[in-house]
Design a binder for this molecule. Structure first.
Ligand code: ZN
Length: 541
């Protein structure tokens, strides 16, 4: 090949790879002019005559949406323009694809049998974030490129987990790092950020995150802040286990202030009878911090039960010091058991008693669908003894823990800094129903919030919070993540008894310009992308 040809090819490739925002804007202006001149350029997809709710919070407008390649190229009147595919959206709501800031999808996305993420697509979710609660895959880069190689149904991004980093350096013990160890942890967070993480997540409620002092978290959050990341937390306490709900919010705010990082409270809630009604005080704290310039946001799922496990809900953290094998030793130690049982009884009370804990996942399948009270009755043991027996037999079991009130849920949902996040976990219906449930129950039935407010809380608010550019709004030039839903039929179908029922009512779900749900049916498309912060054009700072 001659040098000149090689040069020409290289030039074309480089030019194709470096479309700047200015160029993009110019091409959009050209596009608009052509449209005005009755241009007949074919679009790939034209969504015609829908009720557009663009994700900004603005009111619904009647408009067409044009898509070419992976981008939205027209929002407005398509006139006589033709398209390879036209979707008649008359009477239907057209909105940006939903973004879920807190999922547990890392394993699903890595497994080719589950990587379609169909349970999220059917909810209208086109981007998921995982690696929350302080626990992430490692290395970040390997997981993102694996997803890219294998194909995924939704876009996906990762947090680097504080607990993951801590375990690599300190193991699972209740220890405080030396400054050298802290430096190594900092370097790992920095590496995770360089490999494309959106920020750092913590699970200060869980071991080993619970062993970290606030100062450790502040130091590590600074590493994320320096790369433009955010701080995402499952707080130390959503109840009265340790420092309490309100002090946990204060701790989060302090981390934001001292690390100079936006802080995001995952699945905000008032968990347990002792803190019911405290949503108002929690909201006041957050509003005050926001007024003082600390960027605090939160996510929420619309269910009165949280998803957890017997160990996480009932076992005190001191019993987990040193990891699982040490915990099992303690459970078998007659000198320790009385203190352990006492603490577990107190935790059970916080959770509303054994009738409030429903087994949703267990190696022994016969336990699924029963409450801890029922199992204790069958085994003729106390509830705590039954819980310990389950731990001894099989390690742990998943729970739906009914511990929230509707009024706290509604109070949080009305706030303009609270977004939708499923925290989807196996056995809890939220993994299949969160987004449509919010629309059905709280928008269309209870009319607690308006459709534009709800859609903003599931799209642009989340994109802005996570600093994901060019998604979350129906705008020319943005990625074509678009949903078309029928407000008459959209609803969740998953229940605690049948948690894996797909949601209905999402008529079309388009991911990066590809139709993934077509007239309510999954097409098999794996059109999602791995989103990397600061590494490629799709996710810059
Ligand atoms: Zn969590």
């Amino acid at each position: 090949m001659s040098n000149r040809v090689t040069f020409a090819i290289c030039f074309v490739l480089v030019a194709a790879w470096t479309v700047t925002p200015v160029q993009l804007r110019r091409s959009l202006v050209r596009d608009e002019r052509r449209a005005e001149q009755g241009n007949t350029d074919t679009l790939d997809i034209l969504i015609k005559g829908g009720r557009v709710i663009d994700g900004s919070g603005a009111d619904e407008v009647q408009a067409d949406i044009g898509i070419r390649g992976d981008r939205i190229v027209l929002v407005g009147n398509a006139g006589s323009r033709s398209a390879s595919r036209t979707i008649n959206a008359s009477g239907l709501v057209v909105a940006p694809g939903f973004i879920d800031p807190h999922t547990h999808t890392a394993e699903d996305l890595s497994d080719p049998a589950r990587s379609s993420n169909i349970n999220y697509l059917m909810q209208g979710v086109t981007t998921v974030v995982t690696g929350n609660d302080g626990s992430s895959p490692w290395p970040i880069a390997d997981t993102l490129s694996k997803w890219e190689r294998q194909g995924i149904g939704t876009n996906a991004a990762l947090f680097v987990g504080h607990g993951t980093v801590r375990t690599m350096v300190l193991g699972s013990g209740d220890v405080t790092p030396t400054s050298e160890q802290l430096g190594r942890m900092r370097a790992l967070v920095d590496r995770g950020m360089q490999e494309g993480a959106l920020g750092m997540s913590t699970g200060l409620y869980y071991a080993p995150g619970s062993f970290a002092k606030t100062e450790e978290v502040i130091e590590l959050a600074r590493a994320a802040a320096e790369r433009g990341g955010i701080y995402d937390t499952h707080m130390r306490d959503e109840d009265s286990y340790s420092i309490g709900l309100l002090d946990s919010i204060q701790e989060t705010i302090r981390i934001g202030r001292e690390s100079r990082i936006p802080v995001h409270i995952s699945h905000i809630k008032a968990l347990g009878t002792g803190v019911w009604g405290k949503s108002t005080a929690a909201i006041e704290l957050i509003k005050r911090a926001r007024a003082e310039g600390v960027n605090v946001t939160a996510s929420q799922y619309p269910y009165t039960a949280s998803g957890t496990s017997i160990v996480a809900a009932l076992v005190p953290r001191w019993a987990e010091d040193g990891g699982r094998s040490r915990m099992l030793e303690r459970i078998g130690d007659a000198n320790i058991v009385p203190r352990l049982v006492g603490d577990m009884e107190a935790n059970l009370k916080r959770r509303g008693g054994p009738d409030s804990l429903l087994i949703t996942g267990s190696r022994d399948n016969t336990l699924v669908g029963k409450t801890l009270a029922q199992i204790a009755g069958e085994w003729k043991k106390s509830a705590v003894q039954a819980a310990l027996e389950i731990i001894k037999r099989q390690g742990d079991a998943s729970l739906a823990s009914f511990n929230m009130t509707e009024s706290d849920i509604e109070n949080f949902m009305r706030q303009d800094f609270v977004m939708t996040g499923s925290d989807g976990s196996a056995g809890h219906p939220r993994k299949y129903g969160t987004f449509p449930r919010k629309l059905r129950e709280y928008v269309y039935v209870k009319k607690l919030i308006t459709p534009p407010f709800a859609i903003r809380s599931s799209s642009s608010l989340t994109a802005a919070t996570l600093r994901i550019p060019e998604r979350g709004l129906l705008r020319r030039g943005y990625y074509a993540d678009v949903i078309v839903l029928d407000e008459k039929t959209v609803t969740d179908r998953a229940t605690y008894e049948h948690p894996r029922e797909l949601a209905v009512g999402m008529r079309y779900v388009i991911v990066n310009g590809k139709v993934a749900v077509d007239d309510g049916h999954y097409t098999g498309a794996l059109a999602g992308r791995a989103l990397r912060k600061g590494r490629d054009a799709s996710l810059s700072k």
